[in-house]
Design a protein around this ligand. Structure first.
Ligand SMILES: Nc1nc2c(ncn2[C@@H]2O[C@H](COP(=O)(O)OP(=O)(O)O)[C@@H](O)[C@H]2O)c(=O)[nH]1
Ligand SMILES: [Mg+2]
Length: 456
């Protein structure tokens, strides 16, 4: 696809930094860049793919205002498959804006979010799944996710989905042969059709289920810190977040609502939730807080149940230790800097099957051990050879395809004719094509690329 206009954007994050990069893509990239960039040593032709030192020139005011490196990437071996130019300047928002302004004056247009990647997609450099993977890679919240996204950028998911399409098309052509030449020998039996359908359905089911895992990678595992009032939940929350975020007081029941913070523990993202104490409500807002705590604890994927080691176990502690049985949890025995009334041994004996970690949230004692345990217990340890779905768009389409296949299987079991089966499979194909990026609907495309930042 050939675009008339040349787009320009700052590709580095907003704000001050050592370097800032402006990118251009389109047939006039080099001409536009040369209207305000002068190489240090006069060069008739800018050589491709080699950084050239020069200065940024202000055509109206006739002065230089910045030193820069320009690199010219001629089409088609570029990210967008168009001519591209990258200009590295100092990372000053003011200077970068000025470079953009000069570019626009010379005929470039400001790029919309994700427009470079959109062009890469429309020019066939990436398919839609790879474009989505680019976005995921940029937004990756853990190295696990980055790894999955990188594999998908290299085309692993595209290959998986293409093989699903191939199988369907093959099945369809066998059915057609049966219909067209009913007397021929080479026939596909209902048993074989059933086998193909069942194995496709299984495969799709695995992919659909991986979305939950994918969500965990992209959004982080949610961990709720629970326990009765004053055991040190907010102190632990702060210690894990590494800053004074939650309000800590010596009075019971100060954290009335909940706080959520994303924290990086051993290269994985967790959404850590500080909840109000699960104690008897005395204040109306506290009652509401309690209700939400119960809810939060139920929603969370894992729990950190805090017990005060410097006090005897209360009935409330016992109640909590016996609740939320189905949730993975760690019992955090806090305040071990004070004389201990409860030991880890005792808790392990009375409430067996639980991981107990003694710490002092206040002094920071054994926090590393706690982080180790958190990582071990709550990060899904899956085999990464398997594909993981990271996008709801993909999941919804996979569900559509699966339900179409289930319907076909049902028709087969009810002894419907091959014409019926073939008709049913034909109806599935548009969803498969959409999955692979044959997207005709502008709105869907816009939705996908709008999630990108400007300059990518
Ligand atoms: N000695 C000691 N005091 C702690 C520790 N953790 C929390 N505290 C204190 O216990 C009180 C209640 O803490 P807070 O975090 O607000 O408890 P929450 O109600 O469970 O959120 C505060 O005075 C904290 O300073 C600890 O490990 N050792
Ligand atoms: Mg608190």
């Amino acid at each position: 696809m050939r675009f008339e206009d040349t787009i320009i954007a700052i590709s580095t994050p907003p704000g001050y930094g050592g370097l800032g990069i402006v990118r251009l893509s389109g047939q006039d990239s080099l001409r536009i860049a040369q209207s305000f960039f002068q190489p240090l040593r006069s060069k008739k032709n800018i050589p491709p793919r080699r950084p050239i030192l020069g200065k940024i020139y202000h055509p109206q005011e006739k002065c230089f205002f910045e030193e820069a490196l320009l690199t010219y990437f001629p089409a088609p071996k570029t990210y967008t498959r168009e001519d591209m130019v990258e200009i590295s300047c100092h990372g000053s928002p003011l200077l970068l804006e000025e470079v953009i302004r000069l570019g626009v004056e010379a005929g470039a247009r400001l790029a919309r979010p994700g427009e470079f990647t959109l062009r890469a997609y429309l020019n066939g450099r990436l398919d839609i799944l790879q474009a989505e993977a680019v976005l995921d890679l940029i937004k990756a919240t853990s190295l696990h996710q980055a790894r999955i996204s990188f594999q998908q950028l290299e085309g692993s998911l595209s290959r998986t989905f293409r093989s699903v399409r191939e199988e369907l098309v093959d099945l369809l052509s066998w059915l057609e042969t049966n219909i067209e030449f009913p007397e021929e020998e080479v026939k596909i039996t209902s048993e074989q059709i059933k086998e193909i359908l069942t194995s496709l359905i299984d495969h799709l089911q695995t992919l659909i289920q991986s979305y939950a895992l994918g969500k965990t990678f992209s959004e982080g595992v949610q961990l709720a810190i629970i326990g009765r009032a004053n055991v040190g939940k907010s102190t632990l929350f702060n210690a894990l977040c590494g800053e004074e975020r939650a309000i800590v007081t010596a009075l019971p029941g100060t954290t009335r609502d909940y706080l959520e913070e994303k924290v990086l523990i051993k290269n994985s993202v967790f959404r850590l939730v500080d909840t109000a104490g699960l104690s008897q409500p005395s204040h109306p807002a506290e009652k509401e807080g309690l209700r939400r705590t119960q809810q939060r604890a139920q929603q969370a994927e894992g729990l950190l149940l805090v017990i005060d080691a410097s006090e005897e176990l209360t009935s409330e502690d016992r109640h909590l230790l016996n609740s939320f049985k189905e949730k993975p949890k760690i019992i955090v025995l806090n305040k071990i800097d004070r004389p201990q009334k409860v030991s880890a041994m005792e808790i392990k004996r009375q409430f067996s099957g639980n991981v107990v970690v003694p710490i002092s949230a206040l002094k920071g004692t054994h926090l590393e051990q706690l982080k180790e345990k958190i990582h071990k217990l709550f990060v899904p340890q899956k085999d990464f050879g398997q594909e993981v779905i990271l996008h709801q768009r993909q999941k919804v389409l996979l569900e559509q395809i699966k339900s179409g296949l289930e319907k076909t299987l049902h028709l087969l079991q009810e002894n419907y004719s091959e014409e019926h089966l073939s008709e049913e499979i034909r109806q599935i194909l548009p969803a498969v094509n959409e999955l692979l990026g044959e997207i005709r609907n502008e709105e869907i495309l816009e939705n996908i690329f709008n999630q990108f930042c400007i300059g990518k």
